[in-house]
Write a protein that binds this ligand. Structure first.
Ligand SMILES: Nc1ncnc2c1ncn2[C@@H]1O[C@H](COP(=O)(O)OP(=O)(O)OP(=O)(O)O)[C@@H](O)[C@H]1O
Ligand SMILES: [Mg+2]
Length: 346
């Protein structure tokens, strides 16, 4: 079902946790809400679930305004950030819980619980109590408890945060394929930029209670409207260097070229500080004029720490931001870059 936030504000005392949020999530879409700790992600989910009430604005699920609808009647299934399980219930009973409270028939409960458990690799753990599970297994039980239902909307609050890197990576793919299969509207909260890039058909980036930019992940990556968005998406993060007293230059690590020899105009001498071979690529940190720049290169490192190298930014990929507001400055491109090179050559 479609979800809409219309200028929704939530305050805790004088703190504005959600500031005039406008957000539209299409039926069947997975929208990822991403941003640093404390920016208001959980608050937005809790507002949608009905666990917090909005101070201003309207929230709609489908065509219905749900501001005054109690949580149980909103037909949303939420995976909480701290995935509280019932400690005295078995895994089976934890997963079955939302079906029992909705008086689903016994045989149906059994088949749905088993299907959800199988999907999350929990079939052998159904008799255990949460205390006998690892953190990652507990988190999967919490996911299964949401998946066992067929709600109008799934709300997921960092559902993979407790898994090790490999399992997290795999669950990310599984969740995406599951969402594509179920076509249930989903709002997925994370502070992990990789999850944001890969899971959502669209991403909304939050900072201090506000949504800074919303759009398809690649569009935000390639065309950020703000320095915050530019540096939040991508790992290693976009390099930001002082260009002029009022403008910051941003360049992604993959748009920084390194060479053992200068290949023409625009190459500057730098010193390699750190080399991180990743197997499939190499991340190198170089230093020039007291600033550090991170470059992403091929599998084979071209230099070692301490070496002298030549560096160049891929000019068409460079972005500019207002130093104070962080807003993207367009049209400043070639001139400022030329200015740098002119200074170089003088
Ligand atoms: N019940 C509450 N009372 C007072 N302040 C609150 C309450 N809940 C949240 N806040 C504050 O509102 C802000 C947003 O909190 P929220 O939990 O939405 O952040 P978040 O983006 O989910 O962060 P994290 O990534 O750490 O989970 C924070 O500054 C938080 O301290
Ligand atoms: Mg949170």
């Amino acid at each position: 079902m479609r979800v809409r936030f219309e200028r929704v504000t939530k305050r805790f005392g004088s703190h504005v946790a959600a500031d005039a949020i406008d957000l539209e999530i299409d039926a069947g879409e997975c929208l990822v809400l991403v941003g640093p700790s404390g920016c208001g992600k959980t608050t937005v989910l809790r507002l949608l679930a009905g666990l917090e009430s909005a101070d201003a604005g309207r929230i709609r699920i489908g065509d219905r305004v749900v501001n005054d609808v109690p949580p149980a009647e909103r037909d949303v299934a939420m995976v909480f950030q701290n995935y509280a399980l019932y400690p005295h219930f078995s895994v089976f009973d934890n997963i079955a819980f939302p079906l029992r409270t909705r008086s689903v028939a016994r045989v149906e409960i059994e088949s749905r619980v088993i299907a959800a458990a199988r999907r999350l690799g929990l079939d052998d753990l159904l008799e255990r109590k949460p205390g006998q599970l690892s953190g990652g297994q507990q988190q999967r039980v919490a996911l299964a408890r949401a998946l066992v239902r067929s709600p109008a909307v799934y709300l997921m609050d960092e559902p993979l945060s407790n898994l090790d890197a490999q399992l997290r990576r795999q669950m990310r793919t599984d969740l995406k394929s599951l969402q594509q299969e179920l076509k249930t509207t989903m709002v997925y909260v994370t502070h992990d930029q990789a999850e944001a890039m890969t899971l959502g058909s669209r991403v909304a980036i939050m900072q201090r209670g506000r949504i800074v930019q919303t759009g398809p992940p690649l569009e935000l990556y390639r065309n950020p409207s703000h320095r915050f968005v530019a540096t939040f998406l991508g790992s290693p993060a976009m390099n930001i260097v002082a260009e002029t007293p009022s403008i910051d230059l941003g360049v992604r690590p993959e748009d920084v070229e390194l060479s053992r020899t200068p290949l023409g105009d625009g190459w500057r001498e730098a010193r390699v500080v750190v080399v991180e071979p990743m197997g499939n690529e190499t991340i190198a940190t170089v230093e020039l004029d007291g600033m550090r720049v991170v470059a992403r290169g091929g599998a084979e490192p071209i230099a070692r720490a301490g070496d002298k190298v030549w560096m160049r930014f891929v000019r068409e990929r460079v972005m500019y931001f207002d130093r104070v507001t962080g807003d993207r400055v367009k049209g400043a491109t070639a001139t400022t870059q030329n200015a740098v090179e002119d200074t170089e050559h003088n």
